[in-house]
Design a binder for this molecule. Sequence first.
Ligand SMILES: [Zn+2]
Length: 335
Amino acid sequence: MSVNNITFKAASVFCGLMLLALVGGAIISGNSGPADSGSMFDPSPTPTPEVKVELNQLTEAEKHVIVDKGTDRAFTGELTDNFEEGKYYCRQCDAELYVSNDKFHSNCGWPSFDQEIPGAVTKVPDADGERTEIICSRCKGHLGHVFYGERFTAKNTRHCVNTTSLVFIPKVSKKKANTAIFAGGCFWGVEYYFLREKGVKSVRSGYTGGSVSRPTYEQVLSKTTGHYEAVEVEFDPKLTNYEKLARLFFEIHDPTQTDGQGPDIGQQYQSVIFFQDENQKEIAQKLIKLLEDKGLNVATKLKPARRFWQAEEYHQRYYEKKGGTPYCHKYTKRF
Ligand SMILES: [Zn+2]
């Protein structure tokens, strides 16, 4: 069972005020998922050392499905009829769960897959005593149910999954391929450097990764939204590319700091690359590996992109308006 383990710590916040930091997470028994046992249910996992799984903050509607084991209304989920090439991630913990090749039309009203990514999904008896529930092997979040013998596909298996439990990331995004989303501490300083980079068409400071719609700066500062301070960079692919911008991102902040950035401490100041397609994820993974090979203990998280909320106007082009230079960002050559 997942138990929210909430820790409080004092934070000296230069980008804002002195406030308490709320860090969400759960201690969950480490289990990479059992192999196919031939039984309808997966065997109880052998006890392994406890690992901390970082959980994304959920909206009330997401909690209803993922934590309270509710069900999306049939034919309402936006992923039911999505057949774009890509991957499906756990909304609560970002684990990879399904790939598009295994999705099929069932006309049942929910996304249907005939197999999971090996080990990603665990099958357990449903509380109704009849059905087989499927949960994320990593965070134990509710996904839906699995049914056998319906003869939809050769595998004769249907994972009936709630859209609410999933985040879809395309292999290559037509709409987002020329934008990048980075969180590296106070967005004023990250924006400052990207605005000066060749090929960058625009930079928006904003909030993403959390559960609150139209968040305000004060809400994000209060550490109750799950959002990160982030920038969305739009670029001209004739002049630059995602990899060049991702390299710059790693060179204008400290990707080894785990608890925030510079003097700004708290989850909303942590280093994150929000990838919008699998291509961006692969580039980010490659760069992290390069830095690790150079001995850096990289703390930057890779997370599937969620909706980006633009911050208030006074945060946009902050240093142009206020004068001065960033207090906690500076260029350091790392590649
Ligand atoms: Zn999960």
